[in-house]
Design a protein around this ligand. Structure first.
Ligand code: FAD
Length: 564
């Protein structure tokens, strides 16, 4: 038979049991590769990704519902990212924080393909996919596979949860000279490289300058990921290397963290940011703050002050880029095929996570999507002007106090829930925009409004958001029970509930901001962090593995052997 392009099709499914997926077969000689509907009467849902958004969607979807689900991801496991810094130093093992994606998939009778989604044909409702390459040994082998490795999946609904990719912000040299820190392979590489450096520094006759160069670690980005990585590295050095390597090495180790903001964890509550910055400085983790990275050379980060002055070089042995994410290339392509997506930097969805311009058949969630919000700033301005008795030209009888501003905003809550989010931020930012005064003028109010709105418009790129969105969307699909009109046009709305922020800062300490409850810092927060990250694993198996790792590390220390 002709093998022009092999086809992946689902077998005839008449009479298939509800919720039980028939296995896809590879058939010869069908020309275009396609996967068509499996179970009769079911709606085909194709889910892209195996991260936070995708797994929570799949887990919350009712297996007995009228959906035939196919999940596509180049990664055949879910990765519990919050413990990735721990895996990078051996505090937890990498296998403890990954969950094979086939487990939840097969338990629900769904189907999985290890492949990358390449593009979407919106009109035909198909996704072109390409099987992962890594099982192929050489170029020749790979070339032979090309013909049958690409296939199309037909969908009724497409759920895009492909996450984001690291952003270098165009800084020269980042790609070539820094490590990124996003995937399990990054953690494994970091662990290996750090260990290799200490072993090398211990060899007889290595000059002092070389030792210092080997052991100079620079983390770029002082958000939660960078801070936790620096903290875990600190623990690794002072809890494990200190006991097992010659102690003289410690005086040559340096850990530095660079950020544009004036505090580490600057997006957290001000008290947390101040505490964490102070904690790092006392722990001798050098904080280079208010510093813009201009370039990364081989062995040195070039930084300046925020205004571009005072350009200097920070030498390093190992530099890790932990700042910023950008649109996944798959989403860039999808945006191109949807003319209504005018914002080219983000995949815009409506409040129900339906991708704008996609006829209600494509949904997006997690790091790859942004919910478009109704513009409510004009209303806020109107409310200020009414309260301050302003003329149309903007001349106002009074400047409003903080309480006055909040009271004015309150009148708009019903019509624009977004104003309530702005209201919640006023206490924190008020004096920043009045230059310390307790009254705010109309122009100052406008600047504050724009600034706060900008920060609030996009939900944070966190696992917490992706997980809630996945759960929400699955519930929505469950409720719609396959009703096409409801799914495509139903007037539902995803509301994010922020349950708090946690970050590990080293020496068994953490910071926790639990809204409406408290800000906890230090050892107590460390216990909360450890317990939370253990019980939040996606399967009981992983809970056990992580708990065992944490206990093992506490009693015996990290495994500092370099086995691969
Ligand atoms: P991801 O979880 O990134 O999943 C994307 C999935 O899509 C992956 O499986 C990927 O393989 C797949 N994919 C990519 N391209 C394609 C394609 N073309 N076709 C098909 N599949 C594709 N958030 C918190 O709330 N708390 C934390 O403590 C925290 N710590 C973090 C620590 C680290 C080191 C990192 C990197 C992130 C951390 N985050 C944390 C952020 C959190 O991990 C992300 O916000 C979250 O993973 C986003 O979920 P997602 O489903 O959108 O994407």
């Amino acid at each position: 038979p002709r093998r022009s392009r092999a086809a992946v099709t689902a077998p005839a499914t008449t009479g298939a049991r509800r919720g039980v997926m028939t296995e896809a077969v590879i058939a010869d000689d069908v020309g275009e590769a396609r996967v068509t509907a499996a179970a009769a009467g079911k709606r085909r849902v194709v889910v892209l990704g195996s991260g936070w958004g995708a797994i929570s969607f799949v887990k919350s979807l009712d297996a007995s519902g009228p959906y035939d689900v196919t999940l596509v991801s180049p990664r055949n496991y879910f990765l519990y990212t919050p413990l990735l810094p721990g895996a990078a130093t051996g505090a937890v093992e990498d296998r403890s924080i990954v969950e094979p994606i086939r487990r939840p998939i097969s338990s629900k009778g769904y189907r999985y393909f290890e492949a990358n989604a390449l593009s979407v044909d919106v009109a035909k409702r198909t996704v072109r996919c390409r099987g992962s390459d890594h099982t192929f040994q050489d170029e020749e082998d790979l070339a032979k596979s090309q013909a049958w490795k690409e296939f199309d999946l037909e969908y009724d609904y497409l759920v895009t949860a492909v996450g984001a990719v690291p952003n270098t912000f165009g800084v020269p040299g980042v790609q070539e000279n820094c490590m990124f820190f996003k995937e399990i392979n990054d953690a494994a590489r970091f662990r290996r490289e750090v260990n290799e450096r200490f072993e090398c520094a211990t060899l007889p006759g290595v000059p002092k300058e070389r030792i210092q160069q080997l052991l100079r670690f620079v983390v770029i980005g002082a958000g939660p990921t960078g801070v936790e990585l620096a903290a875990e590295l600190y623990d690794y050095v002072y809890q494990d290397v200190a006991k097992t390597f010659p102690r003289r090495l410690l005086e040559d180790v340096s850990i530095e963290i660079i950020d544009l903001q004036e505090k580490i964890l600057s997006a957290y509550d001000r008290r947390i940011a101040e505490y964490a910055t102070d904690f790092f400085q006392r722990a001798n983790i050098k904080c280079l703050l208010g510093a813009a990275v201009k370039e990364v050379k081989d062995g040195a980060v070039v930084i300046s002050d925020r205004d571009g002055s005072n350009v200097r070089e920070v030498p390093f042995g190992l530099a890790v880029w932990c700042t910023g994410i950008k649109l996944n290339p798959f989403c860039e392509k999808l945006i191109e095929s949807l003319p209504q997506q005018e914002n080219k930097r983000s995949l815009l969805t409506d409040k129900n996570l339906r991708v704008k311009g996609s006829d209600g058949t494509i949904f997006a969630l997690g790091d790859c999507a942004t919910i478009e919000r109704p513009r409510s700033l004009a209303k806020a301005e109107e409310l200020y002007r009414e309260a301050a008795r302003c003329t149309p030209e903007g001349d106002c009888e009074i400047d409003l106090s903080k309480d006055g501003v909040k009271k004015a905003l309150k009148y708009g809550f019903d019509e624009f829930p977004h104003l309530e989010e702005i209201y919640n931020r006023v206490d924190d930012v008020f004096t920043t925009f009045t230059g310390g005064s307790d009254r705010m003028s109309f122009p100052e109010f406008r600047v504050m409004l724009e600034d706060v709105d900008k920060g609030l418009r996009a939900l944070p790129a966190t696992a917490q958001v992706a997980k809630q969105e996945g759960q929400y969307l699955a519930q929505y699909f469950n409720t719609c029970a396959g009703d096409e009109d409801k799914i495509k046009q139903g007037d539902a709305r995803f509301d994010y509930v922020h349950k708090g922020s946690l970050a590990y800062i080293g020496k068994d300490a953490a910071v926790a901001d639990i809204p409406g409850f408290a800000i906890v810092k230090g050892f107590a927060a460390g216990l909360i962090w450890k317990s939370f990250e253990t019980v939040s694993q996606v399967s009981p198996r992983n809970v056990l593995l992580v708990a065992a790792d944490m206990i093992r590390t506490k009693i015996f220390g990290r495994d500092i052997s370099r086995i691969n």
